[in-house]
Unconditional design. Structure first.
Length: 362
């Protein structure tokens, strides 16, 4: 992550000691907010969460999230460690609050880093736990609880830390299908859906539509001319699948810096343009170079960003409206899940075909 502009929701603008405006200064190879008046420096710190891995009869207990972010997706019972609280205490407390179970903490499963949570980067300490009393009942942040065997783990696992922890459990269980499926979420970027990789087909200034041709393993021009030179970089988010055209999810990257055809840019989604034909466009800010849009959290706040994008796409298709950063991140996660499920199904078909055909004779 070093060198990328990973959003820090807790970064202050004013000094915690004297209230003077902070300035960006280089400290230890990183840009950090520093007070020019008293010298106080803000050091970003990842949050610590704690979770329980409760296993009974070869199944683990998961909870379905009742709130954003990633509402409706599954995760381990987990929560943030409170100030002055021991992580093991947090894990047991969250188990009781979210599942109604009183548990004993039996040991550490592992500590798993996660950078794709829009609330901030963090580490998740996951503990093995045993039920002492109670029956699973959803509570607090959970809308539902459920037991899942290794071959039943849903693709909709929220947050990188939980995905890594469950993948580690799957590896131990010998489940080799869902384990890589969960880990492949990371293929869409360094911290999806907060930071994603966007493959550029059309750099800013392009006048003719360029697309990637899988059969040729190369980019080609289509002969279709844009109504005006592109004021932005245009491409697609890797490891995604959009239902509208059965292809990768398209993305607009605000046109700062140079970009060649085929370049892979790291960018932060800030919203999406919705089209009537369902071929929506994620709008993103570059995170691999300093950006004048670094402080933009949501595209709906900036008409000067929306208007040139909407003006161009209105000449191609009807525009249905705009959604913000949270909705764009949900769109990306869903497109990731759909791609992973498609790839897993294709792998199953290939394995079945190979088993049916059998080894070739000499």
């Amino acid at each position: 992550m070093n060198g990328l502009h990973l959003p820090d929701p807790g970064e202050p603008r004013f000094c915690a000691r004297c209230a003077a405006p902070l300035e960006q200064r280089n400290d230890g190879g990183r840009g950090r907010p520093r007070c020019p008046a008293c010298g106080w420096t803000y050091y970003a710190k990842p949050a610590l969460g704690a979770a329980v891995l409760i296993e009974e009869d070869g199944r683990i207990l998961l909870v379905r999230r009742a709130h954003e972010p990633v509402r409706g997706w599954w995760t381990l019972p987990a929560g943030y460690v409170e100030y002055g609280e021991v992580a093991e205490e947090t894990a047991a407390r969250e188990a009781l609050e979210e599942t109604g179970l009183v548990v004993s903490i039996d040991g550490l499963h592992g500590i798993f880093a996660g950078f794709g949570d829009p609330r901030g980067a963090g580490h998740l300490a996951v503990y093995y736990a045993t039920r002492l009393s109670g029956a699973p009942v959803a509570g607090d942040d959970a809308a539902e609880v459920g037991w899942f065997a290794a071959d039943e783990i849903p693709a909709e696992i929220a947050f990188e830390g939980s995905r890594k922890a469950i993948a580690a459990w799957l590896a131990r269980s010998g489940e080799r299908v869902r384990e890589p499926l969960l880990l492949r979420y990371a293929g869409a970027g360094p911290a999806p859906p907060v930071l994603v990789h966007i493959v550029i087909e059309n750099p800013a200034g392009t006048t003719e539509r360029i697309v990637y041709e899988e059969g040729l393993n190369d980019f080609r021009t289509t002969g279709w001319v844009f109504p005006e030179p592109l004021p932005f970089h245009y491409g697609w988010i890797s490891h995604t699948l959009a239902a509208a055209d059965d292809d990768e999810l398209d993305a607009v990257v605000l046109g700062e810096g140079s970009a060649a055809v085929g370049a892979v840019l790291t960018a932060r989604p800030i919203g999406a343009l919705l089209r009537s034909d369902g071929d929506h466009k994620v709008i993103a800010v570059r995170a691999d170079v300093p950006s004048v849009y670094a402080d933009v959290a949501d595209v709906r706040e900036r008409a000067d960003i929306r208007e040139p994008i909407e003006s161009l796409f209105r000449q191609i298709s009807d525009v249905a409206g705009w959604v913000g950063a949270a909705e764009a991140r949900a769109m990306i996660l869903s497109a990731q899940r759909d791609r992973l499920i498609r790839d897993a199904e294709a792998a199953d078909l290939r394995a079945t075909a190979a088993a049916t055909t059998g080894p070739r004779s000499a």
